[in-house]
Design a protein around this ligand. Structure first.
Ligand code: ASP
Length: 333
């Protein structure tokens, strides 16, 4: 059988970092990473491409578009793709790639590590090996592989800042596990015969996390400066009403100016349900806001940037927002 060909795309992160005078900094290329797992040549042929070397704190939406562009350019040449990436914003990039490369029949796998590949104790080699194992399989679409877990790209979140067990799948089961070089599958996502690529993202999206007593002027300021505002409220969702009309009028003004407002929750599991309480129901019923339901904030952010890169028409934005892409939203409208 012909050996599978995988493209390993390097972008930086801890996995590629070395200790300098002011802490860890990404230095190694994807080619250098690969030298740490020489036996990988037994399972596939890997070609390397280094796009940039960034701590993922510095990754911006324009970098997502570059990664998607690199995959698009070389899509026919390879059987699968691995993107090595910093863990801090990897969930955002995984979500973004799920919107920029939709329905891929070939695996597109993100991975990284909590400890650099050159350290004596490191998760880098295992994660890279596992990611390549998934990339040679027939598991379609964008996934994040970390500490043996295979997570849907739209469902990943970094939930531990230090442990090797760094990522969780939010409001969706794991797609599978990689154990001792073998994939144990639970779910196979749907794919198309050919992927649909998108190039344009609109990064003018803001996020406000509510705290008790949060100044509504902050929401007004963000709405003025952004095309879309995501409000992470409490519980199943709602806006403060203790100052009559304060938040309601601010959101209404933003919507009248053509902005998109998405309500979500800062609670990690089970999502929003604005209709339940008066504080949520009153805005949901009277204003054309959108609701995230079970989507992660990472996915909401990337989805809005993708949608607003295509259209600002309210009806169309709403239609696209509620249309599931890569299992990002399960709950009803
Ligand atoms: N700060 C690093 C990054 O996100 C952390 C990591 O990769 O684990 O690039």
């Amino acid at each position: 059988m012909k050996e599978k060909r995988i493209l390993l795309i390097g972008t930086g992160g801890t996995i590629a970092s070395e200790l300098g005078e002011s802490g860890l900094e990404p230095e190694l290329t994807s080619e250098q990473l690969l030298r740490y797992i020489p036996d990988i040549s037994e399972i596939c042929e890997v070609e390397c491409e280094q796009l940039f070397s960034l701590d993922s704190t510095n990754i911006q939406p324009k970098h997502w578009a570059r990664i998607a562009g690199a995959i698009r350019e070389r899509y026919r040449e390879f059987d699968g793709f691995v993107v090595s990436h910093g863990t801090d914003t990897m969930a955002y990039t995984a979500a973004a790639l799920s919107y920029l490369v939709q329905g891929s029949p070939k695996p597109i796998v993100l991975t990284g590590a909590q400890k650099p590949i050159g350290f004596e104790t490191t998760d880098s080699k295992q994660n890279l090996r596992d990611a390549l194992t998934v990339a040679v399989s027939d598991l379609p679409g964008v996934t994040l592989v970390f500490n043996g877990k295979i997570i849907m790209g739209t469902r990943a979140r970094k939930t531990h800042s230090k442990s090797f067990e760094a990522f969780s799948s939010i409001n969706y089961p794991l797609l599978g596990m990689v154990r001792d070089g073998r994939i144990i599958r639970y779910i196979r996502p749907e794919s198309r015969a050919v992927p649909q690529f998108y190039e344009t993202v609109n990064s003018n999206v803001s996020l406000m996390k509510l705290i008790p007593g949060a100044d509504c002027g902050v929401a007004a300021y963000l709405l003025e400066r952004s095309d879309a505002l995501i409000i992470e409220s409490f519980g199943v969702g709602g806006l403060p009403t203790y100052k009559a009309g304060d938040y309601y009028e601010t959101v209404k003004t933003g919507l009248e100016a053509g902005k998109t407002v998405v309500m979500t929750t800062q609670v990690e599991n089970e999502g929003s349900d604005l209709a339940v309480y008066h504080v949520g129901n009153s805005i949901k019923r009277n204003l054309p806001i959108l609701e995230a339901y079970d989507m992660t904030t990472e996915a909401v952010t990337a989805k809005l940037m993708w949608i607003l890169g295509q259209t600002k028409d309210r009806k169309w934005v709403q239609e696209l927002f509620y249309t599931p892409v890569a299992c990002d939203i399960l709950a009803g409208k």
